[in-house]
Structures are given as C-alpha cells and as structure tokens.
Design a protein around this ligand. Structure first.
Ligand SMILES: Cc1cc2nc3c(=O)[nH]c(=O)nc-3n(C[C@H](O)[C@H](O)[C@H](O)COP(=O)(O)OP(=O)(O)OC[C@H]3O[C@@H](n4cnc5c(N)ncnc54)[C@H](O)[C@@H]3O)c2cc1C
Length: 331
C-alpha cells in the first residue's frame, strides 16, 4: 500500500506534523526507531528544559491547542525532561496518532512518483517523505587526535549519575549548557575541570539560549570563584593519549575521564536515486517550505534549519505547518 505521507521520526516535530495530517484526514504514518520521543528518553534524567512553559510565555508546547501546562501536575515554569516526555506521550496518545514504534528507517530510494522506504520491520512506500529525524541523532566529539576509540572518553549523553565519578579527576570539554549542568552535578563528588575552545558566554549577557543560562550561571560562577570547579577558558584540548590531555596553552594533565559535552549532529539516512545536498554540519539544504533538493522529500523540525531558532520547539513549530500545507496542496 502506497501511503500519501511517511514521516521518519516520532519526536516533537514528527508528531506535530502527524497531528496536522490526522486533522485533515490525510493518510500518513510515523516511523520511529525507538519509542515516541526517543531522543528525549536518552537525555539525562531530571534535566530541566531551557524553554519556559507557562501560559503567555510558552516555548515548550507543540501547539497552544495542546499546551504542556494543561497537563495535570506540570506547574513549574521550566519543566523537566520527564514532564516533557509525559506531555509528548499524551499529545500522541490523545490524538490517536499513527506511530509505528521500534521501526527504524534504514534506507530510502527515490522512485518515480514517490519513495520506497526500508525499515527494520519491512518495506513501506509513499508519495511524500518527511525527515523529522532530528538534529541530535549522533553525539558529536571534538576532532582531536586521541579522542576516537579512547576508553576514557565519554559523551555527555552517556552521563547518568555523578556517583559513577566519585573521587575521579574529570575533564569536561565544552562550554554550553550541558557542560555547565554536568559540572554542577559533579562538583564535590569528583575533581572537576572544564575547558572551552573560546570565551565562556552567559545567557544573561548575550540572550542566546545556547549560552549558559540563568539558573546554572550563578551556581557555576560561584563554583569557579571558590575553586570547586577549575576552568580552562579558551584553552581547548589539542591531543589526548590514553588519559593524558594536552591543551593549546601547552599544559598537560591526566584525567580519569574526559567527558565531551560537545553537542550532537544529524545523521543522514542512506538515500538512492536522488541528490540530497547538505551543509557542512549535515543539515539538508531546504526551500522556503522545507523541501530538500530531492523532489517530494522534506525536512522538518530541528533538522530543517530555516533559521538558528529552529533548534528549539518555539523556533520550529510554525515551520512544521508550512511543510504540512505544501504537501497537502500537492496531494
Ligand atoms: C540536551 C538537550 C537539551 C535540549 N533542551 C531543549 C529545550 O529546553 N527546549 C527546546 O525547545 N529544545 C531543546 N532541545 C532541542 C530538542 O532536541 C528539540 O527542540 C526537539 O527535540 C527537536 O524535535 P525533533 O522532532 O526535530 O527531533 P528529535 O526530538 O531529535 O526527534 C527525532 C526522532 O527521530 C527518531 N529517528 C532518528 N533517526 C531515525 C530513523 N532512521 N528511523 C526512525 N526514527 C528515527 C529519533 O529516535 C527521535 O525520536 C534540547 C536538545 C538537547 C540535546
């Protein structure tokens, strides 16, 4: 059976797009490699969102018709990862969205009039295919000799609890929110050093959500002030040999763990029969309505960089509607 639309990814963007198709009676299916909002399940337990979620200042809800603050018990301005997961699950369940969980898309082939899609659960086909597979599919590591396949190097996505690092010397590589939050959590349990490749930037000074935000900012500054967390600002790692780290300044130190809080990058699904152009960061080149360089193949959500704000829900939610209307008009 050839569907009108297949959506790769059951994260916030894929589900929001699915809700538009459902509402307009268009035949669609979401293919999700894990459970609904799998990317959020993999995040640190207890993590607090960057985006506020209160009536009037709501950056976290997928639509204002289904706001997160309408969920019972979500009554704090910054919800946790768990609040958000409950919200996304309720969003999908209450609307009865057609989501195939545990169904990873492994290969796509652009055929005349549509796409053949191979999944871990069999073959599917569709007229329009939407990639909503997210910008955080693969952890990104610094491109530094000695990092790859080093057993002492871990990524922030694998950080579960500070207890695993008790009494250890930990170097946190990175100067963003994840680096700051993990440094605060480890302080007092491990001997923590943070290192950044440039100056440390704070949200209160720049207003940029990617910079260290308010609630972490003050605690981190105090930890620096009292020397509880050491900071090597603008002194990036240039090479690693086993546990030994060399910094740009020429200093060398040993650490038990090198924890890279260096973000994520999108991962492309293998595509045959089309020329999918991407930028150096791995984001597909898209038109003003989200169509990629392969006709009929769209990107949406955090994978569709209409602008930098699309890394966040409040930045991409209106663009999801553009993708929807373009496809709906062509059906
Ligand atoms: C640590 C961290 C904190 C963040 N905090 C915030 C915040 O506070 N506020 C905010 O707005 N944003 C935040 N973000 C950004 C957040 O990830 C996005 O806003 C949002 O999750 C993007 O939604 P999405 O649906 O585009 O992608 P994702 O949430 O990444 O969803 C993509 C889905 O696609 C699935 N998938 C991937 N590949 C395949 C495949 N081959 N086959 C099938 N399924 C596949 C994945 O399993 C996943 O479920 C944060 C990101 C990180 C990493």
């Amino acid at each position: 059976m050839k569907r009108s639309v297949l959506i790769v990814g059951g994260g916030p963007a894929g589900l929001l797009l699915a809700s538009h198709f459902r509402e307009h009676g268009i035949d669609y299916r979401v293919l999700e490699r894990g459970k609904i909002a799998q990317a959020w399940r993999a995040m640190r337990p207890g993590m607090v969102l960057l985006s506020p979620a209160v009536p009037g200042t709501d950056w976290t809800s997928l639509t204002l018709r289904h706001p997160i603050w309408a969920l019972p018990k979500v009554r704090r301005p910054f919800p946790t990862r768990e609040d958000f997961l409950c919200y996304v699950e309720a969003f999908a369940r209450e609307q009865g969205l057609n989501v195939a969980e545990n169904t990873a898309v492994t290969r796509v082939s652009a055929d005349p009039g549509g796409f053949a899609v191979s999944t871990t659960d069999g073959e599917e086909s569709c007229r329009f295919l939407v990639l909503a597979s997210g910008a955080s599919t693969a952890p990104a590591f610094p491109d530094v000799p000695g990092i790859a396949r080093n057993p002492h190097v871990v990524h922030s996505c694998d950080f579960i609890h500070c207890a695993a690092y008790a009494g250890k010397r930990v170097l946190i590589v990175g100067g963003g929110n994840s680096a700051a939050e993990i440094a605060i959590e480890l302080a007092g349990t491990a001997t923590v050093t943070m290192c950044t490749r440039g100056p440390v930037r704070y949200f209160s000074e720049t207003g940029d959500l990617e910079h260290i935000r308010g609630s972490s900012e003050s605690v981190l500054k105090e930890l620096f002030r009292f020397g509880i967390v050491r900071m090597r600002e603008d002194d990036p790692v240039v090479s690693v040999a086993h546990r030994r780290v060399r910094f740009r300044s020429g200093d060398e130190h040993e650490y038990d763990w090198i924890l890279c809080a260096t973000g994520y990058r999108p991962k492309c699904i293998p595509l045959e029969g089309g020329d999918l152009r991407t930028d150096p960061g791995g984001y597909p080149a898209i038109s003003a309505v989200g169509e990629t360089t392969v006709p009929g193949l769209y990107a949406c959500g955090s994978l569709a960089r209409f602008n930098r704000r699309c890394a966040f829900i409040h930045g991409f939610r209106n663009y999801v509607e553009k993708v929807f209307w373009d496809i709906a008009d062509r059906l």
